[in-house]
Design a protein around this ligand. Structure first.
Ligand code: SAM
Length: 285
């Protein structure tokens, strides 16, 4: 049996293929990393897996063995041809040739509701990591977990404790919807072609119930966005520059009301403190 490196080389030669950098094509050639992704996704035959960006189908073939059904969403027509050749004999495989950001995921999940749970598993195209993650979370899809390979630097931000140095807007957004865990770090040499940076596999376990009481969810996310737009500025300035509050005096007053110093920075706040801030601002609107 070929290992993944040999199989990838073989497929690229057979189909006369070069990776399209613009589509974030870095093919995983590391058997150990693939096994870790699949193991941590914890799949059973009762699961529907949605795979984003299957590429040559390396991960797909493992997913098909473990899951009840795999729906693979791939934008590149050249990959679609390969995937059809490889997997259309499987009756538990469905291929969607579309930009994942345009796919109606709620409809797709509803059409497959015979499965006990839905899990997303993917080696994501890095140029649209954040929009994909936010689409999966914000739509409140009926999914249990998201196991993804992403850039290590982005992974570190996502798994950071909200309120710690590494936290950014994405830290708060992800922690609001899910519990993130680190799975494994994958060096850049584990891909063809090698990306410039290392990668990391993380798993987001979706929360069944929100942990925060928010008066206005949209306002909460707008406040977080405004707070991180200019990282070096204080939170009070961020709130004013982001159009959330009218002026610095008002911003300082709001912060004081919830027990925060006037020169506090956004990244110093916990998720609960952002919720408190958002509810306080909501009352003034
Ligand atoms: N899963 C394969 C692997 O692990 O080797 C390929 C992963 S590669 C990092 C990302 C894949 O996402 C590529 O196959 C690329 O064509 C696909 N892709 C890029 N943009 C996409 C989009 N907007 N919608 C769906 N797939 C996309």
């Amino acid at each position: 049996m070929k290992n993944i490196y040999e199989e990838t080389k073989f497929l690229m030669k057979k189909y006369n293929l070069t990776a399209n950098k613009k589509l974030g094509q870095n093919f995983l050639i590391d058997d150990e990393a693939i096994n870790k992704i699949v193991d941590s996704a914890n799949l059973t035959k009762e699961d529907l897996v949605i795979e984003i960006g299957p590429g040559l189908g390396t991960l797909t073939s493992m997913l098909l063995e473990k899951a009840g059904k795999v729906i693979a969403i791939e934008l590149d027509d050249r990959m679609v041809k390969i995937l059809q050749d490889r997997f259309l004999v499987y009756n538990n495989f469905e291929l969607i040739n579309e930009d994942v950001l345009k796919v109606n995921l709620p409809e797709l999940i509803e059409a497959n509701k015979q499965f006990k749970s839905v899990k997303v598993v993917a080696n994501l195209p890095y140029y649209i990591t954040t929009p994909i993650i936010m689409k999966l979370l914000e739509n409140r899809l009926n999914i249990e977990s998201i196991t993804i390979m992403i850039q290590k630097e982005v992974a570190e931000r996502i798994v950071a404790t909200p309120g710690s140095k590494l936290s950014g807007a994405i830290t708060y957004s992800v922690h609001y919807y899910a519990e993130p865990e680190e799975v494994t770090i994958v060096p850049n040499t584990s891909f063809i072609p090698s990306p410039e940076v290392d990668s990391e596999v993380i798993k987001l376990v979706i929360r069944k119930e929100p942990t925060l009481e928010l008066k206005d969810e949209k306002l909460f996310f707008n406040i977080i966005k405004a707070s991180f737009m200019q990282r070096r500025k204080t939170l009070a300035n961020g709130l004013v520059n982001g159009g959330i509050l009218q002026n610095k005096t008002e911003a300082v007053e709001v912060l004081k009301n919830i027990g925060l110093e006037e020169n506090v920075r956004g990244e110093e706040l916990s998720l609960e403190q952002f919720a408190k801030l958002s509810n306080e601002i909501y009352l003034r609107k």
